[in-house]
Design a protein around this ligand. Structure first.
Ligand SMILES: Nc1ncnc2c1ncn2[C@@H]1O[C@H](COP(=O)(O)OP(=O)(O)OP(=O)(O)O)[C@@H](O)[C@H]1O
Ligand SMILES: O=P(O)(O)OC[C@H]1O[C@](O)(CO)[C@@H](O)[C@@H]1O
Length: 520
């Protein structure tokens, strides 16, 4: 071989080796990038069992994988072949992977988090976050015969509460074979109030999904960490399902720590409930769709009233203490609303560019106006001193009645402008909150409830269930209660971002209302 050939071979070999080296480095890098966030999030929904306990309980070996579902359903063998947990769609989640968390259980929401600067929690800034999918696992850490479960509902009512109660019960009872299932009456205080713990049976829950409210009743206040922990331990509850809003979830975070400190082995699981849809991270909370749907009837009535007289105004007040999602979405859905005010929207009532003037102009130009106001909208009002009336038992503000204030104010203003206004005021707030869930919410409640039960059996605690990017996932309660989403939101809260959120612009496009904020 001549010299030239040698040189060519040397160059080619160096290039090939260099490329292999670089590709390897790149692979390593990719691996690091992929693994880091997953590892960090994995630690968040804390595994409650020690390794010993896990081994002692029911770790399935790889050979057992095909038998997992029958084993899981050991206590109800006649249901094995009809149980939906054996469906082919779930087979991968149940059976795939070599370790406890197979690759397929991760739902990647990195884009969702990174793209949204409204997430202002340091933990999430600029990081991809992986959440664990809510589905049955190939391993369970408690044998169904050892489970003593309880269910409690806290805070305000919301369509779907009874569906969640029913489906948690049904999944425990039929899918896993748990027989010791209790209902705690009256929210957190029911844990330590005499006569408030009742055994649930199929007959007690079988038809409750068609009814509004909660068969367990609910309450505000009554949080007493010591008494609640003592009750959980003395009754031996080891799966605790707590359905409630942001306040309730702060309670869950605290309970998890307390039970952990006291060495009590229990899964404490949250199901986020808020008609206001103001819980961060999750796509939406159950009951919200029903509320928006039910609100249509009130807005339609307001529209009929407003259009059936000369200078008619139909004014509807909807719920939304700190966040105006119900009012916003209901107004967009209805298409006949001319003005919508929410807590996040800044506005003034009087003056040439204020709300009263806008309504008066509409009356003189179009003859009628339909107005939707969120009950917490006094917060956004710049020119009046509208004070809340103290706090409720859970330390939530008792809101200034902005609906009534607007009703009187609009009539007074129009009269002084020489407009003979007829205003009909509709307050359907509690009627909306108390209806039974519609079919889409029932479906959501069912999926959340089943996922909650699967998570408890998988050995997680301190997590809540929700849909993120349409996937049912487990969200660590600590994360849920510490993230704030939207300008001015407190930790654990989501607000409508009127500056950056497309929904608010869509509303303005559909109502034709001005941005009262920009009119200084
Ligand atoms: N920071 C907290 N720590 C522990 N418990 C709390 C906390 N805040 C509220 N709670 C308790 O949680 C329960 C429900 O709280 P709250 O009445 O605020 O309703 P919520 O869960 O926020 O739901 P809603 O959306 O209906 O207001 C009450 O029993 C309350 O005492
Ligand atoms: O049940 P209460 O105490 O009347 O509270 C009403 C509040 O509860 C909610 O329905 C849910 O937080 C709010 O929209 C409303 O402000």
């Amino acid at each position: 071989m001549d010299n030239e050939k040698w040189i060519q071979i040397c160059i080619l070999s160096t290039l090939t080796l260099g490329t292999i080296f670089l590709l390897r480095k790149q692979k390593e890098h990719e691996r690091i990038v992929l693994m880091t966030p997953r590892k960090s999030i994995l630690n968040l929904p804390r595994r409650m069992a020690s390794l010993d306990l896990l081994e002692h309980k029911s770790i399935m070996s790889d050979q057992d994988m095909g038998l997992l579902a029958p084993k899981l359903l050991m206590t109800s063998p006649n249901k094995i072949f009809t149980n939906p947990m054996l469906g082919s769609g779930l087979k991968d989640d149940v059976n795939s992977g070599q370790c406890f968390m197979p690759e397929s259980i991760f739902s990647r929401i990195g884009g969702y988090i990174n793209a949204n600067s409204a997430f202002s929690n340091d933990f999430l800034q600029g990081k991809s976050v992986y959440l664990v999918k809510g589905c049955p696992r190939k391993e369970i850490v408690m044998h169904p015969s050892e489970v003593k479960a309880c269910i409690v509902t806290c805070g305000g009512l919301c369509p779907g509460l009874n569906v969640v109660i029913r489906e948690i019960f049904m999944s425990l009872y039929y899918n896993y074979g748990v027989k010791e299932i209790y209902g705690i009456k009256d929210g957190y205080k029911g844990f330590y109030t005499s006569g408030s713990i009742l055994k649930l049976e199929v007959s007690r829950v079988i038809d409750i999904h068609t009814k509004g409210g909660t068969i367990l009743r609910s309450s505000r206040g009554g949080w007493d960490k010591e008494k609640i922990t003592h009750s959980i331990m003395s009754h031996g509850f080891n799966q605790i399902f707590i359905i409630g809003g942001d306040g309730t979830h702060r309670g869950i975070a605290s309970l998890v720590n307390e039970l952990g400190n006291k060495g009590h082995f229990a899964a404490v699981v949250g199901v986020p409930k808020t008609i206001d849809n103001d819980i961060p991270i999750i796509d939406k909370s159950f009951g919200f769709d029903t509320a928006v749907e039910e609100a249509q009837r009130a807005i339609d009535s307001a529209d009929v009233e407003a259009n059936s007289v000369e200078f008619g105004v139909g004014l509807v007040k909807l719920m939304g203490r700190n966040s105006g999602f119900i009012a916003l979405h209901s107004a967009i859905a209805n298409r006949n609303v001319n003005l919508c005010l929410i807590p996040e929207s800044e506005y003034e009532l009087g003056g040439p560019n204020g709300v009263y003037s806008f309504i008066a102009n509409r009356l003189t130009s179009k003859g009628h106006a339909v107005v939707v106001v969120a009950e917490g909208a006094a917060t956004g009002c710049r020119d009046e001193n509208l004070k809340n009336a103290g706090k409720d038992a859970s330390k939530n503000p008792i809101l200034y009645d902005i609906g009534k204030h607007l009703k009187d104010g609009i009539v007074k203003y129009c009269k002084t402008e020489g407009i003979d206004v007829t205003l009909k005021y509709i307050d359907p707030t509690y009627m909306i909150r108390s209806v039974a869930a519609n079919s889409s919410d029932r479906k959501l409640c069912t999926m959340l409830a089943q996922a909650a039960v699967h998570g408890a059996f998988a050995g997680f605690t301190g997590f809540s269930v929700g849909t993120v990017a349409s996937q049912i996932v487990y969200v660590p309660v600590e994360l849920m209660t510490s993230i704030n989403e939207g300008k001015g939101a407190n930790p654990g809260q989501r607000k409508v971002d009127v500056d950056n959120n497309m929904m608010w612009w869509r509303l303005m496009a559909s109502t034709g209302q001005p941005s009262f904020k920009s009119i200084a």
